[in-house]
Structure formats: structure tokens, C-alpha cells
Write a protein that binds this ligand. Structure first.
Ligand SMILES: Cc1cc2nc3c(=O)[nH]c(=O)nc-3n(C[C@H](O)[C@H](O)[C@H](O)COP(=O)(O)OP(=O)(O)OC[C@H]3O[C@@H](n4cnc5c(N)ncnc54)[C@H](O)[C@@H]3O)c2cc1C
Length: 409
């Protein structure tokens, strides 16, 4: 357990429900800037060890890395692989779009980090902060919010009073539902098969995104001559592929992967995640703010789900800290409105882009196929348009919160 507190009743400035990849950075950013923060996480921290590999690897964009560096987490991340080039191809077509990090400077587009190493680094950093308590495993029985404040009763009888509660409790957010906030969205009838492949030849830091007919097939560079695959298939086909024996799975994977990295071997388990899009109707309610998957979820086509969540984290932390420094109430409506205005539009734009890309690339209608190939080739030759897409991959577009530019709060 990272931290605990045994008092039956206590007060904290900010209560965060969910100690995942968005909840923990928010807690650290706020505690680092001086607020008293408490996190409730229902999973026991003992489950977060370097031995447990859940197959999830995240592309941490350049801007997200700035945030993690500024709040003192990045130095604790044990393994990370820089992403230097991104190559996008359309099925069997030879036309492709090539993003080279040197066109924007010396810094890579981002880094591939296994989620388990990120969680371990977050927990290490959290332990360094005296004003941050992580209660785990713990959840709440009830949370009441009104103009005066937040009152949480935990399942073990403890009680916490706070000025603001943050829902960082993931896609199925209980807090969002209890606040009566609806969502819009749909399932893609696709699943993302995730596995790790060890290969004979080095990947040279190149990420490949191939748009195959059933959906994108991404090969993302990891440490130690390994790559992470995010392989999209229709739900039925994915279920069939998941049931294949080792030889059958290897054959299906190799057919799509190709031979450019020499001999291949699947290492570790394979996983399948249902893919869906959702967007919360509101990101705020009285003394409540939603961040990360509690607020939105998208197709992993551009590897942006966590990066979008970290943009929420950076914006919310900035609004809360700036308000508290003026001696005002960080849980007030005016403070939360600022957060909502900043984040909702940005999220809708990225959700629409990833949804549109998925639809555009999963059609085999010949005129559309031709147009998108010509589009890829044209973008490749237009420096300003290409620069815009490359800045998106680095997460450096739009009105940037300070933490994403590497400035502390
Ligand atoms: C196949 C796939 C590949 C992906 N690849 C990428 C990528 O390359 N790059 C990227 O940026 N994103 C990627 N994503 C998206 C990314 O993984 C998610 O956006 C991110 O993990 C969401 O984090 P979160 O903290 O908001 O939610 P979660 O990870 O769901 O965490 C929520 C936490 O809250 C806790 N919790 C829930 N309810 C309660 C409760 N009532 N009480 C206490 N605790 C509670 C849970 O135990 C959990 O720890 C990918 C997603 C998929 C499916």
C-alpha cells in the first residue's frame, strides 16, 4: 500500500475516486502544488508489480511526457522506448505517410511505456508526497455533494469531507452515473487484440500503423527488440483469433505483421478489448469534475486515449491550483465551468477525428480507397498540413495547460 490513514473521520481538499493512469497523476500534480489530496482505489496496490504484465502499453506523447517530468514521475519510469518515426500505410497500397521526428526538432514524438511501469512510477512518486493519501483497497458507500461541500462515507465506515470530488473511475464511472450525467457513444463492433512480439531485427524506433480492411494494425516499438501490437478485428473474428492455439495465432499474426523485422515470437499473454466511443454530456456537476475515461473514451486508432485524459488532468490541476492560490473555493461552479469550457470541445474534436479515421479506413469502396490513398500521398507532400498532424501526434496542439509545456503550477 502506498499510503493509508486510519482516522475514522477526516478532511481533505480534493477527493479523487480512482487511482488509475489519470487519477494518480492528478493527485500528484495537486499535492505537489501544496493541496491536501486523498485517492480512493478499489484495487489492492499489491497487484501492481513489475511481474504482472497486462499487455497494455501506452504511447505517451511528447506533451504528456512533459507533464510526467514536471510532476516528478518520469524519472521513476523504469523502461521507455522513444518513438522516432511513424509510418502509416493503407492496406496493400504502397502509398504511405511518413512522420519523421527530425522535422520538428530533436525530441521524439513520444515514448512507448508499459502501463505497469507507469503505475509503479506513479506510486513511487506518490509515496514522496506527505500531503497525498492513497486509500487502497477502498471504495465508497455514498458520496453527497451540495453547495457546502462533499461528504463521502467509505465502505469500511470512514468518513471524508472535501471541497471537490473528482471522478477518475474509468469508462463505467459510478460517480458519473450517480450524478445523472448521460453519455453519447456507440460500439464499433470491433475488438483490439493486444500482444507483445519479440523480433530478430531492431525496429529503429519506428511505429507502423497499417490500415487493413477490418481495422488498423499498429506495431509500436518497445524496449529489448520487442513491439506491442494493437490489432483491430471485427468482434466475431477477434473472438475466433483469440481461441486459436499458439501456432494458429502465430500464423495469423505473422501474415499481417510481415517479415521486415525477421523472425517473430509472441511473448506473454494475448488480450482482447471491446472498442467503443463515449463522451459524457457534461464534464462537471456540483462539486464534481470528470477526467479521463470517466469523461470520454475513443478508438485506439491513434493511441490517444490516455493522452487525452492527461490533457484533462493538466487543465483541471491548473484551474484548481490557480483558484486556490487566489484564496477562492476550487470546488465552486465558476472554477469548474472554466475546466469544462477548456476541455469538452478539445475532446469532441479528437473523438471525431479518431472515429472518422476508423470509418474512412474500414471501407473498401474503391473510390474512397483511392481518395484516401491520394490523400495520404498529398499530405506527405504538404509541409504545413503534415506539420499539423505531427503536432497532434506529439500532443502539442490547442490551448496547452502549463504542465503539458513542462512548466510547473
Ligand atoms: C487496446 C487499447 C489500447 C490503448 N492504447 C493506448 C495508447 O497507446 N495510448 C493512449 O494514450 N491510450 C491508450 N488506450 C487508452 C487508455 O488505456 C485509457 O484511456 C486509460 O487507461 C484510462 O485511464 P483512467 O485512469 O481514466 O481509467 P481506468 O484505467 O479505467 O482507471 C480507473 C481506476 O478507478 C478504479 N475505480 C473504478 N471505480 C472505482 C470505485 N467505485 N472506487 C474506487 N476505485 C474505483 C479502478 O480500479 C481503476 O484503477 C488504449 C486502450 C485500449 C483499450
Amino acid at each position: 500500500m502506498a499510503k493509508s490513514k486510519d482516522e475514522a473521520k477526516f478532511t481533505t481538499d480534493i477527493l479523487i475516486v480512482g487511482g488509475g493512469l489519470n487519477g494518480l497523476p492528478l493527485a500528484i500534480a495537486l499535492a505537489d502544488a501544496g493541496l491536501d489530496v486523498t485517492v480512493l482505489e478499489r484495487e489492492a496496490p499489491e497487484t501492481v508489480t513489475a511481474e504482472i504484465f497486462d499487455g497494455r502499453v501506452s504511447a505517451i506523447a511528447h506533451a504528456s511526457r512533459n507533464l510526467l517530468k514536471t510532476i516528478g514521475v518520469w524519472e521513476h519510469v523504469a523502461e521507455k522506448e522513444p518513438m522516432l518515426d511513424i509510418r502509416i500505410t493503407d492496406g496493400p497500397s504502397k502509398l504511405f505517410l511518413h512522420y519523421d521526428h527530425r522535422q520538428l526538432g530533436d525530441e521524439p514524438f513520444g515514448h512507448m511505456v508499459e502501463n505497469r511501469f507507469l503505475r509503479i512510477a506513479l506510486l513511487k512518486r506518490a509515496q514522496e508526497l506527505k500531503n497525498l493519501k492513497i486509500l487502497a483497497p477502498a471504495t465508497y458507500e455514498s458520496i453527497e455533494r451540495n453547495q457546502a461541500g462533499v461528504h463521502a462515507k467509505l465502505d469500511d465506515g470512514r468518513e471524508i469531507r472535501a471541497r471537490l470530488v473528482v471522478a477518475a473511475d474509468g469508462r463505467l464511472s459510478r460517480l458519473r452515473k450517480e450524478a445523472g450525467i448521460g453519455t453519447v457513444g456507440w460500439s464499433y463492433d470491433q475488438a483490439g487484440i493486444v500482444c507483445t512480439v519479440k523480433h530478430e531485427l531492431p525496429h529503429q524506433g519506428v511505429a507502423q500503423e497499417r490500415f487493413l480492411k477490418p481495422g488498423p494494425f499498429a506495431i509500436l516499438p518497445m524496449t529489448d527488440n520487442r513491439s506491442s501490437l494493437v490489432w483491430t478485428e471485427k468482434t466475431d473474428t477477434a473472438a475466433h483469433i483469440m481461441r486459436l492455439d499458439e501456432a494458429g495465432f502465430h500464423a495469423a499474426m505473422s501474415k499481417r505483421f510481415g517479415t521486415y523485422l525477421g523472425k517473430l515470437k509472441v511473448v506473454g499473454p494475448r488480450w482482447s478489448y471491446p472498442l467503443a466511443l463515449h463522451q459524457a454530456d457534461e464534464y462537471i456537476a456540483e462539486r464534481l469534475a470528470l477526467v479521463g475515461d470517466a469523461a470520454h473514451g475513443m478508438h485506439p486508432i491513434a493511441g490517444q486515449g490516455l493522452n487525452l485524459g492527461l490533457r484533462d488532468v493538466a487543465a483541471l490541476a491548473e484551474v484548481i491550483i490557480d483558484t486556490a492560490r487566489l484564496g477562492l473555493d476550487p470546488g465552486s461552479n465558476s472554477s469548474l465551468e472554466k475546466y469544462q469550457q477548456w476541455r469538452r470541445f478539445d475532446s469532441i474534436v479528437l473523438l471525431a477525428i479518431t472515429d472518422g479515421l476508423n470509418r474512412l479506413f474500414t471501407t473498401d469502396f474503391e473510390p474512397v480507397r483511392l481518395a484516401r490513398d491520394l490523400g495520404l500521398a498529398a499530405v506527405n507532400k504538404m509541409p504545413s498540413v503534415k506539420g499539423f498532424f505531427m503536432e497532434h501526434a506529439r500532443g502539442t496542439v490547442g490551448e496547452m495547460p502549463r504542465l503539458l509545456s513542462g512548466k510547473s503550477l
